[in-house]
Design a protein around this ligand. Sequence first.
Ligand code: ATR
Length: 272
Amino acid sequence: MIKAAVIGWPINHSKSPLIHGYWLANAGILGSYEAIGIAPETFEAGINNLVLQGYAGCNVTIPHKETALQMADSVSDRAQAIGAANTLVFKGGKIFADNTDGIGFINNLKQGAPNWHASAGTALVLGAGGAARAIVYALLQEGTPKVIIANRTLEKATILSDFFGDKVSAISIDKVQETLGEVQTLVNTTALGMTGQPKLIIDISSLPKSALVTDIVYNPLMTDLLKQAQNLGLLTVDGLGMLLHQAVPGFEAWFGVRPVVDAGLRQKVLAG
Ligand code: ATR
C-alpha cells in the first residue's frame, strides 16, 4: 500500500484528496492519499514522522511551502528558483522537494489552448505573490520573450522582476492599460475576482485579438475577467486546470503512473 498525503494548516478545504483519489481509483492502484493538518510549530517533526511511517511523499500547502523547501535534502531547480515547494518525494529516508505550480500552469494552457505558445509575445502577470513567482518562472522557462509584472504594491513587483532579470519588468497595477496593446498572454495571479474577494477592475478591450487570457482563480470558474475576454472573442483558459495539472508530477513520483487530467476529473473536483 503506497501512502501519500497533503499537509497544510488549515487543511479542510484542500481538493487534493479528491484529485489523487480519482486517479488512484481509475488506475486501480492500492494506495492512499489523505489530508493531514499540521501546525507550523510541528511541521518538520510531522514530515519526518511521515518519512518514518514509510510514506512515498506528500504535497505541502499554505503555510508550509517555504519551510518544506528549507528542510529538504535536495531541491529541484524550479523549486529553488520559486523559493517554495509544493511536492515532497521521500526516498531512502531523504526528502526531495519540487515545485509543480509553474509547470501545472503551463500544462493547463497547453491542454486548454493547444495553439498557444509562450514564445508568441509579451506576458502580463497581475500580482506579485507566491503564485506569480511560480508563473513568471515557468513562462520564462517556456520561452516567453518579455514578462511585465503589475502589482498594487510596486515594490513587490520590482523585487520579483529584479530577481528574474532583463526579460522581466515591473509596473504599478494602475499602469496596466498602457501595456495591453503588446500583451499576448494575460494572467491574473491575485485573488481578486474570487468569491468573497473584491472585484478585479480592468478593461482589457485593447488586448490584441490573438491574446490569451487566463486566471488562477477557479471559484467561480468563469471569472469576470474570463467573461470579458470571451465577449471580446479572445482565447481563455480557466484556473481549475492549473490545480489539476500541478498534481500530476507528485502522483507520478509516488505511485509510478503518469495520470491524465480529463473531463471526469474536472467534474469530480467541481462537484466536490
Ligand atoms: P499568492 O501566494 O496566492 O500569490 P499572496 O502572496 O498573498 O498570494 O499575493 C497576493 C497578490 O494579490 C499580491 O500581488 C497582492 O498585491 P500586494 O502585493 O499589493 O498586496 C494582490 N492583491 C491582493 N488583494 C488585492 C487588492 N485588493 N487589490 C490589488 N491587489 C491585491
